[in-house]
Ligand binder design. Structure first.
Ligand code: PMP
Length: 362
């Protein structure tokens, strides 16, 4: 029988695949708009496609198990020693390594209400006790989270911006929080969407690594860098934490195509700039469209927005599916009246807004 914590888990529910919906409703895949998984609507950069192609002849060989070239590229780009970098098969892999390395039965892991679904999964999978702290205005209540730390706490997961709410916290709030966290508690700052943040005074976890040896900053190449399919993420931490993660990870946790693509993606500033610009424009389009429909939405700094549809969101989600638009229900995140929609291309956002107007009869 599974561990008691595992018995209480429900499986992670990803966005509905286009092929599945096409089959279900007899739609053509090309007529379906998928805005369900916070993916980059730009498609892969030509520079990345070329790098992947060049890596293909090495398919029979194991990848570089230490990801030297990618770590080198990250080191050059962000200024951290190689010994502070851990690579993961997506940043989900990093989150899991953290759970496996630092949590165990009898220990506690703190995270917020309405936070990313993988935090309870990696906590309960190792038999640790999840401590979910009520949110404030849909976002993290960092004061309450600091207060929830006990002698049994090993890890605290915080996300900035958070998924699925898009909420954020300010630098000063974060600093006050870190000042209250005991040195033996690791804080995992999940910055999966940080590249989309445009505010000049926004918190950048990397600026706090040197001063906070118990801080781990996770990032991903899945979002603004457009590599979701390849699964590559990383974290920056004190070398001692990186050393521990390196002991528990799978020997070849990041594959060769992902390594090659990530190096190319990091070098392609134009693609990143374009992703950001497109996201800003699309976000404005969605905000304006939702407001026109008389709906409330949660201000977001990510590449997605959670909208309150003013009723049980399940039938609205179904109605959108029938119209060939896939978004994400977030009832599992304690948000039964919201749907989360990813920012797409202009025509995709438009399709979503029109379909939503139709379903809601507005
Ligand atoms: N953290 C957050 C907050 C996320 O929303 C996601 C993706 N949904 C991840 C981490 C994991 O992303 P990946 O494993 O693709 O790097």
């Amino acid at each position: 029988l599974a561990l008691p914590g595992v018995q209480k888990l429900s499986p992670y529910v990803p966005g509905k695949p286009v092929e599945e919906l096409a089959r279900e409703f007899g739609l053509k895949p090309e007529d379906i708009v998928k805005l369900a998984s916070n993916e980059n609507p730009l498609g892969p950069a030509p520079s990345v496609l070329k790098a992947v192609q060049q890596a293909l002849p090495e398919l029979t060989r194991y990848p570089d198990g230490n990801g030297f070239t990618l770590k080198q590229a990250l080191s050059e780009r962000f200024g951290f020693e190689l010994s502070m970098i851990t690579l993961g098969n997506g940043s989900n892999d990093i989150l899991e390594l953290l759970g496996r390395a630092f949590a165990s039965p009898g220990t506690e892991v703190v995270f917020s209400e309405h936070a990313f679904a993988v935090y309870p999964i990696v906590t309960q999978a190792v038999g640790a006790t999840p401590v979910q702290v009520p949110a404030r205005n849909w976002g993290h209540d960092l004061e309450a989270m600091a207060a929830a730390i006990t002698p049994a706490t090993r890890l605290v997961f915080i996300a900035n911006p958070n998924n699925p709410t898009g909420t954020w916290f300010e630098q000063a709030e974060f600093e006050a929080f870190m000042a209250r966290v005991p040195a033996n508690v690791l804080v995992v700052l999940d910055e999966a969407y940080t590249e989309y943040v445009v505010a000049d005074d926004a918190l950048n976890g990397f600026d706090h690594i040197a001063r906070c040896p118990n801080l781990i900053v996770c990032r991903t190449l899945s979002k603004a860098y457009g590599l979701a399919a390849l699964r590559v993420g990383y974290c920056i931490s004190h070398p001692q934490v990186a050393d521990v993660l390196n002991r528990v990870r799978q020997p070849f946790n990041v594959n060769s195509l992902a390594l090659a693509a990530a190096v190319a993606a990091l070098a392609d500033q134009a693609y990143l700039d374009e992703s950001r610009k497109l996201n800003q424009q699309g976000m404005r389009q969605l905000e304006a469209g939702l407001t026109r429909l008389g709906l409330e939405w949660i201000p977001s700094r990510g590449n997605f927005i959670a909208v309150d549809v003013g009723q049980d969101a399940a039938p609205v989600y179904q109605g959108l599916l029938q119209a060939g638009v896939i978004v994400r229900p977030v009832a599992g995140y304690g948000m039964p009246h919201h749907l989360r929609v990813s920012v797409g291309l202009e025509h995709e956002n438009q399709r979503f807004l029109e379909a939503l107007a139709g379903v809601l009869g507005r």
